[in-house]
Design a protein around this ligand. Structure first.
Ligand SMILES: Cc1cc2nc3c(=O)[nH]c(=O)nc-3n(C[C@H](O)[C@H](O)[C@H](O)COP(=O)(O)OP(=O)(O)OC[C@H]3O[C@@H](n4cnc5c(N)ncnc54)[C@H](O)[C@@H]3O)c2cc1C
Length: 324
């Protein structure tokens, strides 16, 4: 008992999602403390080698359901529910991301389990897992334990660090009879979002644009700056997406996405609390704002007081020159 089952999302070409790899790494460390084992679940087209390679993140076993489509929540709920019930796992852990939220919620309902979402850390106390979850707009942390089993833990984006531990996993193929309702949706096409809809959660560097950019055209300078970085993307405040200057997919904050890039460069962003809760876990925050009293400076590592129209193009030029 005490085992932890982790869902490992992949893109169909052998590339596993980095939040899933972080969850595998965390699960293997926690399982070690519990004296149990961590295992992964994969579905769809995953070769023996790709599945075995997940052992590098500390899992002993990989359950593979080859005939189950990747990317749809309900069939994966069927697979995970079966594995948890057949092999007696005590916990299911998901890295951050929308699909994990959907599967985790479905699994919770199916198994009449307890669930904690937006978890930023997990620890062991008295031989059980305790999920740490920020509450009250991230001003406090709640410790959440579980009554009965299994406990479902859904991480916040980038909550768990990837750790390569070496090793190869045993691959076990599982046959699952899908529920009737699990076959009602069909995956037509999977793809990667690019351009304005880029996957801001996966970017290492985010240039967050606010109303200070003045217009939709102002975002072109943001895009040029983001392109000058390696793995950079553009994010936005709610004020600008509401104004139609940039797509909703890029919105950061309470009613948008939560991100934790290596660098968050805020340009013309005031730093309202609703924006702050979506980006405050960034490793480094740099803000450019012409108002020295802008709230963003209160939680920035580096603040530049000045006109973004003058600073941004020079920064882009300097970065390009350095790259060149
Ligand atoms: C229920 C609720 C939910 C919300 N959810 C979200 C959310 O998820 N995400 C979110 O972002 N907001 C959210 N908001 C809105 C939030 O309260 C702010 O209104 C919004 O974040 C402000 O966006 P902004 O910083 O782009 O604009 P502003 O607050 O107008 O700030 C613009 C900044 O640009 C600076 N500036 C102007 N010109 C220049 C220049 N030339 N050079 C340099 N700096 C300049 C100004 O000094 C100012 O600080 C929510 C609000 C509510 C009530």
């Amino acid at each position: 008992m005490g085992g932890i089952l982790v869902y490992a999302l992949h893109d169909g070409e052998g590339n596993f999602n980095k939040n899933s790899l972080g969850a595998l790494s965390a699960a293997s460390g926690l399982a070690g403390e519990l004296g149990s084992e961590a295992a992964a679940v994969v579905v769809g087209d995953v070769s023996d080698e790709q599945a075995q390679a997940l052992g590098n993140y500390g899992v002993a076993k990989v359950y593979r359901a080859k005939d189950v489509p990747e990317g749809l929540a309900q069939p994966i709920v069927d697979v995970m529910a079966k594995v948890i019930q057949d092999d007696g796992f005590s916990y299911a852990l998901f890295g951050g991301g929308l699909l994990g939220f959907e599967i985790g919620a479905g699994l919770t309902a199916r198994l009449d389990a307890g669930v904690t979402m937006e978890v930023t850390s997990v620890k062991v106390a008295d031989g059980k897992l305790i999920a740490e979850r920020p509450i009250l707009q991230d001003s406090q942390i709640a410790d959440v334990g579980y009554v009965g089993e299994p406990g479902i833990i859904i991480g916040r984006l980038n909550a768990f660090d990837i750790e390569e531990k070496g090793g190869t996993a045993e691959v076990v193929d599982v046959d699952v009879d899908l529920s009737e309702w699990s076959t009602k949706a069909e995956m037509i096409q999977r793809g990667e979002q690019r351009g304005a809809d880029v996957d801001i959660e996966a970017a290492d560097i985010l240039v967050g644009g606010g109303r200070g950019l003045g217009s939709a055209e102002g975002f072109e300078a943001c895009e040029q700056l983001a392109d000058a970085f390696d793995n950079g993307a553009v994010a936005a405040t709610r004020a600008v997406v509401d104004a139609g200057w940039y797509p909703y997919a890029a919105q950061i904050g309470q009613t948008g996405k939560t991100v934790a890039p290596k660098l968050y460069l805020a340009v013309g962003v005031s730093g309202a609390i609703q924006h702050k809760v979506g980006m405050q876990n960034s490793e480094t925050i740099i803000a450019i704002n012409k108002d020295p009293n802008a709230p963003i400076f209160e939680f920035s590592d580096l603040g530049v007081v000045g006109d973004l129209n003058k600073i941004m193009p020079k920064l882009t030029e300097a970065l390009k020159a350095r790259k060149g």
